[in-house]
Design a protein around this ligand. Structure first.
Ligand SMILES: [Zn+2]
Length: 85
């Protein structure tokens, strides 16, 4: 079994936010067993230190890829802005 990767807190926070946005777009809150997700229509999942979400709305592979795309965009945007100064 592979050793889980521990993400830095800032990356974990960004990943959680991206995953929640992707989950909402994917319709996960309506499928979730968590009442708060169904009631508000948005994902309330938390992630462990490896970045694994606990949402029972079961994100599609497409939604997971979308969350990763958001992080790549943010990384490139901040890197480009830093190199412009
Ligand atoms: Zn949920």
């Amino acid at each position: 079994m592979p050793t889980p990767i521990t993400l830095p807190p800032l990356v974990l926070t960004a990943l959680t936010t991206a995953m929640r946005i992707a989950a909402k777009t994917d319709g996960a809150p309506a499928r979730c067993t968590r009442k708060a997700c169904r009631r508000t229509g948005r994902c309330h999942a938390v992630q462990d230190r490896s970045g694994n979400p606990d949402c029972t709305g079961r994100l599609s592979a497409r939604a997971e890829a979308s969350a990763v795309d958001m992080l790549v965009f943010f990384y490139k945007w901040t890197r480009d802005r830093a190199s412009a100064h």
